[in-house]
Design a protein. Structure first.
Length: 200
């Protein structure tokens, strides 16, 4: 049984990502979304997921190379991690929805491969969709990702979307925040230039 409070992250996280703001190259042309910064690349489309009642941005959706990656940064304790505990809660939640999850070792450490039933009545009875839940504990933050589409089933597509996840920079900020609170996300200050063709 892994230690519930141990941090879970690739050994090379501090150099290969996902990076903390203090580790990132300050001159790279990141799109600033508050709690995360995204490096634009050709073919990448950014979506902000907004909570209806509060109108706050609760997640960043990235469409790239036939896959979707949803990311959320959370505050975390300095010395312990959140991923082992959160992973168990995700598995529990999906089980309650009638889905199944498989724990496996992925490029970022333990990940959950989930088969989630698609709501009936949408012409897709008995159909389920696959998603990969990935998580990385950083210094005082935890970054969660959900990969769907090609990146959940195709090895080549998975490599591209994993590379995108690694390129994310988490901006924790210095304000005190309770662990597990979502680090505030916001609209980019500049026009969304993430969809512009980059230099390949």
């Amino acid at each position: 049984m892994p230690d519930e409070t141990a941090k879970s992250a690739p050994d090379d996280r501090a150099t290969e990502g996902p990076l903390d703001e203090a580790e990132a190259n300050p001159v790279r042309p990141y799109v600033d979304l508050g709690g995360v910064k995204i490096l634009p690349r050709e073919g990448l489309h950014l979506r902000l997921e907004i909570e209806e009642g509060s109108k706050r941005v609760v997640a960043i959706g990235l469409d790239y190379a036939g896959s979707t990656l949803q990311v959320q940064p959370f505050a975390a304790p300095r010395s312990s991690g959140l991923w082992h505990e959160i992973r168990a809660q995700i598995a529990d939640q999906i089980g309650k929805q009638g889905g199944t999850t498989t724990l496996r070792e992925g490029p970022f450490g333990p990940e959950l491969v989930a088969e989630i039933p698609v709501a009936a009545g949408q012409g897709a009875d008995g159909v389920s969709r696959l998603a990969r839940f990935i998580g990385v504990d950083g210094p005082r933050w935890f970054l969660r990702g959900v990969i769907a589409g090609e990146g959940a089933v195709n090895v080549d597509a998975a490599t591209e979307i994993e590379d995108l996840f690694r390129s994310i920079v988490v901006v924790r900020g210095s304000a005190p925040m309770p662990p597990r609170d979502l680090i505030p996300l916001r609209m980019p200050a500049t026009p969304a230039n993430a969809a512009e063709p980059g230099k390949s």
